[in-house]
Ligand binder design. Sequence first.
Ligand SMILES: [Zn+2]
Length: 452
Amino acid sequence: MKNLLKLFFFALCLALSSLAIAQDMDWKKATNYDKTAAKKQLIQRFTDYVTFDTQSNDQSTTTPSTPGQLKLAKALAKELKKNGATQVRVDKNGIVTALIPANQPTSAPTIALLAHMDTAMEVSGTNVKPQVHTNYAGGDIVINAEKKLILNSTNAPQLAFAKGHDIITASGNTLLGADDKTGVSIIMTLVQYLYDHPSFKHGPIKIAFTPDEEIGTGITHFDVPGFGADYAYTFDGSDIGQLTTENFNAKSFTVVFEGNRAVHPGEAMNSPFSDNLLMASDFHTLLPRQQRPETSAGRRGFILVDSITTDQNRSEINGIIRAFSDEEMNQLVAEVTRAFNTVKAMNYKGTGFSLSFKDQYKNMKAFLPQKVVDIASMAMTQEDISPRINAARGGTDGAQLSLAGLPTPDIFSGQYNIHSPLEYADVDVMEASLRTALRLVWLWGLQSAPMK
Ligand SMILES: [Zn+2]
């Protein structure tokens, strides 16, 4: 009975909200949206934020892992205050949070927009010098002639769809930081937009900028209940229309083989000699070749051995398993177990055998209410963008947040060739992402708070 009642209310909410959408309340009409002005702001912000060196460092024991991230955090907090945000805070881990209060009487849920401030470890983020290539005419884009760093149709195939767009690159000695300063710029431009256009009605919106996404540690300090959002979106993705609603399930495993190599090899036959090093290499060889990272793409998972360490009588193997479905994960766990048991059976003189698995993160799909995906898709569709549902072949901050109770899919933000000197941002795709974000908060403002 209780469920029936819930269902009835849910249907009522849906009917009411679609009624509201059907009314002519287009935010562009209400605010005279100006694409050129929006692009100008995005470029201004982005080219400023990338000059902050926010490269994270996995050898650091602090959060944020580098002081540059705190500098950017403070600058963003200042800018948020200037543009009407309240409850602006930078906590001791460098996490920036703020509230854009609702500007209408509303029972709408609180939605959150997130991006990360740090940049990848692979390439330096010191002294980034952005170059804006306006009105891309097609053909190659020279980033650095001396270093022969050139974007072309092979290393940047999506440029084929970027004619007339503004493209931003670095200058050859660094990465750009499009990952994820595109996301930061889009969200900050939205904040200013809402401040400048009070006729744009919306519900409560929370903002967060997080450190150390690239080394996976920043989000572990995020206080989900304290943040108080019902649903969230990260803006940390690539091409137009990309909507990431899935990521890998991830496990790690540790195998230990103990043997007895303290025997003179000349006298090893008919002795207690047992070779833990051979056991480790046999185990590695027995793992399925058709489910390695280099033989798997799309929705297919993999097993990878990360390290094999050996001292005299003990060999330890550390590896990872990645799979989208629980079914495939179970199958890959069974493959690892089978290889382990085979080695064990072949080496009866071994002195110790152990195998253990550890959960790392989960596919967020299981924790995403359909409505969170549907409203993001609708926001894109209403901006004439075809949503492309994407499954990330890795983990995301959103996955950790979803698991912790804050459903958080990811929306495209116009970053390409990330973690490399060939990284670039497409300002027109950033602008499409900004319109998606504005449409998103508009649509959420018409919804009712979740029934708990
Ligand atoms: Zn990122």
